[in-house]
Design a protein around this ligand. Structure first.
Ligand code: NAP
Length: 496
């Protein structure tokens, strides 16, 4: 029985769209992209809170094969990313493959028919020879179970469910959380609200954001002479690569560079915040890079405003009209903004139930045997499955470098599969174990194990204390391996 589709892709963000483009290049054009949301763009569709912008320069945060000369700023606002996603979908004919409002419950490998059976909420099933999940790392919003939160009588908004017409004027607002989202949101809410209290559990490193509008003549130059934008991309990518590889991955050998970054952030804090006590509270006590650092020129300065207050006592409970901290103090509010991030490790790896060969459950396998994936993309006992958001897959910094390395991996793998005239692939246990040994070995010199991350509460670490999110190699290495991995790291077979 032939499957309905060559491939089923889950997720219509940049990862799923990259996978679709690569499937077309490989001639596997009969595919469907499923997404639970109402439109494409993934994180850039879901997130539209005030202040949203990229914090990796846009020349780098985009597909290298589809540059956009018309970014209006060095760090484009979120709406431009959403528009860019729409452009990609149109140009590469992806829209007609997409089905929105489609919640995938799970997928099961059908050994008899050698294909995947994908279950969709409502009872429908789809079959595909190949399954690709591009469900993102930060796609399962997290609301902490604060006691009493259900009794809150005011407005509650998670940043992933922002209501664009919600007017904060005259509101007494609280923002819980001080991650990258809050760093962008706090200055914007401060502009409107009558009072704003920011509840911080762990301070975050913030460095200045060297942002500027890209003048029209430069945009035109990028359009007419694409090599100029390519050069800008190369410069920026190399800089980011050096910071990541030297400052984070080779922390033990290059401590001074890491320390320089924290000194820059401290100087930024000193020159931005007037009150000494507030400065002290905003100063992290873990090494730079343990947790994703942020970029902002306005976050720190928000705390100089008389109507903005930083609260560092832990939250005890929430009442109908306020938040009570452990010291017994109640902050009266009518608007509660949850910038509390995402649940990565409990519900994201994987984001849907995936049952492979011999009934192996991927989530259970990862939890029982450590989080792992060969080259951050395939797992033994899961034939014809590419997990694009896997442990050790994300090269850090621009997510597009990861997406494009994975597209290259797909290209090499499927080309070999077709050359052999086969239809199934599965990574070997040995290749997978070898990759896991190598990446965990490399982490030894990183800031995650060599530095002091004990107070960071970083989502880079899983509940077992392993820094299993980032691939601890350069992006150059990831791209090189994607086009040169040993072909016999996979076994290939015929379909039923
Ligand atoms: P996040 O970094 O996970 O931050 C969540 C915040 O909520 C943290 O400050 C956390 O405190 C706090 N929190 C969680 N549970 C809490 C509790 N029970 N009590 C008090 N505080 C609690 O989430 P995010 O800010 O949404 O950012 C997630 C990621 O999205 C970023 O790291 C970045 O990769 C990405 N992002 C990117 C951009 C961009 O590129 N422009 C913008 C926004 C986000 P603790 O630190 O103490 O856990």
């Amino acid at each position: 029985m032939a499957p309905q589709y060559d491939a089923v892709v889950v997720g219509a963000g940049f990862g799923g769209m990259g996978a679709g483009i690569e499937l077309d290049r490989l001639g596997l054009s009969n595919y469907v992209i499923l997404d639970r949301e109402s439109d494409l763009g993934g994180t850039w569709h879901v997130n539209h809170y005030p202040g949203l912008a990229v914090d990796i320069a846009s020349v780098t945060y985009s597909y290298s094969f589809e540059p956009n000369p018309y970014w209006t700023r060095l760090f484009a606002p979120g709406a431009e990313l959403k528009k860019y996603a729409g452009h990609i979908a149109d140009k590469y004919g992806l829209r007609r493959r997409m089905r929105f409002g489609t919640v995938v419950d799970g997928a099961r490998w059908d050994e008899e028919h050698q294909h995947w059976v994908v279950s969709v909420a409502g009872g429908e099933t789809l079959t595909g020879r190949y399954l690709l999940t591009a469900t993102g790392f930060l796609s399962q919003p997290y609301t902490p179970p604060f006691p009493g939160i259900d009794s809150f009588a005011g407005k509650i908004i998670h940043t992933t469910a922002w209501e664009d017409d919600f007017d904060l004027t005259g509101r007494k607002a609280a923002i819980i959380g001080t991650g990258a989202t809050a760093v962008q949101l706090v200055p914007e809410v401060a502009k409107q609200a009558q009072a704003l209290t920011v509840f911080q559990r762990t301070p975050i490193w913030v460095v200045p954001k060297i942002d500027t509008a890209i003048p029209k003549p430069v945009q035109k130059l990028f359009d007419r002479v694409p090599a100029t934008q390519k050069a800008a991309r190369l410069f920026n990518t190399s800089l980011l690569e050096a910071l990541m590889v030297v400052g984070v991955l080779h922390y033990t050998q290059a401590k001074p560079l890491n320390k320089a970054a924290s000194l820059l952030a401290k100087a930024h804090l000193r020159t931005s915040v007037r009150d000494k006590e507030t400065r002290k509270q905003l100063t992290p006590h873990y090494d730079f890079g343990c947790k994703r650092p942020t970029f902002s020129n306005t976050y720190f300065r928000s705390f100089n405003q008389p109507h903005v207050r930083l609260e560092t006592n832990s939250i005890d409970h929430i009442e109908a009209d306020g938040i009570v901290t452990a010291d017994g103090h109640k902050t009266e509010i009518d608007t509660l903004i949850l910038a509390t991030g995402f649940n990565l490790w409990d519900v994201n790896f994987p984001a849907i139930e995936i049952i492979g060969r011999d009934g192996v459950n991927l989530g259970k396998f990862w939890r029982d045997n450590r989080f792992q994936a060969y080259e951050g993309i395939t797992v033994p006992k899961f034939p014809n499955f590419l997990s694009l958001n896997s442990p050790y897959s994300y090269s850090g910094l621009s997510y597009f470098t990861t997406i494009e390395a994975q597209m290259k991996h797909m290209g090499r793998l499927f080309t070999e599969l077709f050359r052999r005239g086969e239809h199934t692939f599965e990574v070997t246990e040995e290749a997978n174990a070898g990759f896991l040994d190598r990446v965990t070995g490399k982490l030894g010199t990183s800031v995650f194990y060599g530095g002091d991350c004990s107070t960071a509460r970083s989502y880079y670490f899983n509940p077992h204390g392993e820094a299993a999110l980032l691939r601890p190699t350069s992006t150059l290495n990831a791209h090189r391996e994607a086009v040169s991995f040993p072909l016999d790291d996979y076994v290939y077979g015929k379909s039923a």
